[in-house]
Design a protein around this ligand. Sequence first.
Ligand SMILES: Nc1ncnc2c1ncn2[C@@H]1O[C@H](COP(=O)(O)OP(=O)(O)OP(=O)(O)O)[C@@H](O)[C@H]1O
Length: 319
Amino acid sequence: MTMKDLPPALADHPDAARIRSWSVRGGIATIVADASGMTSAERDALEAAFRAAATAGDVSEVRIAMTAAKTRQTLIAIGSGKGGVGKSTMTANLAIALARMGKRVGIIDADIYGPSQPTLLGTTEKPVAENDKLVPVEAKGVKLLSVGQLVSAGTALAWRGPMASGALNQLVEGQWGDAEIVLVDLPPGTGDVQLSLIQKARPAGAVIVSTPQDLSLIDATRAIDLFGKTSVPLLGLIENMAGYQCPHCGESSDPFGSGGAEASAAAAGIPFLGRLPLSASLREASDAGQPPAAGDGPAAEAFAALARRILQQLEKVGG
Ligand SMILES: Nc1ncnc2c1ncn2[C@@H]1O[C@H](COP(=O)(O)OP(=O)(O)OP(=O)(O)O)[C@@H](O)[C@H]1O
């Protein structure tokens, strides 16, 4: 019996294209169907619908195997040498910008010192576990698993090496399903927690976020070294809080100097991906769970441009 012999009720099902093989022997029908990209509830519903549609005529028993081609996620680590440079804000907005470009995107918020992604994406939903794996929540079109969803910020802060690594593994090994790109918001710094997370997650590339001050750039160089030592390709450096445009007179100034990040990137031999200015409205919107990348102002365009450059670099390193 071939696919052409599908019973009419099965052939007419809107998801009939998912049927990979069909056979009947001794009154037992066997269906193999592709369940890629479906949630477990959708998968169960489809299995029940196929079973009902196949039970006709000589068929007294239906065996169904739902398979899912595992989407290989491309992980991109977002790191910084020091805290407070806007790494989490950047991660949330880049994820949304990538999603708006049609990518299926996830975020792993591994920042045990300040897991802020739930706030940035405006969600308080907690992930559930299915088959011992955490199922990411959806917010602003992005899948999210965060340390902040598992424990209080104070608890995470007190974690030491193995505990932190164990918890972070749970995030990495979550049910990322059809997500193509997963951004990993790393804890700031270059210690053991970062090292073991990088070794475990094996990101396809890393992006470093820095502010223009010399001290931040020195720390950024340490983060660059960390990825270099662990053989993770550096996709480039983003300069955040670069320059300030006065909301009253419109005049631009560079309180922390200008050109430092570009020079640091050049010295380290990595691409400079672009800059984002210091902006009170960006801070207010981000902290209120309204990422500007989801809107259509100049900030959304700036994040989209950074996201495009990241994809270009990713292609170059074969990620
Ligand atoms: N370009 C910007 N202009 C103004 N404020 C910004 C900008 N980028 C980030 N911020 C603000 O700076 C603060 C720190 O940002 P964020 O939490 O993203 O930094 P971080 O590097 O992830 O810090 P940590 O790793 O310590 O949690 C937040 O209040 C955020 O809204």
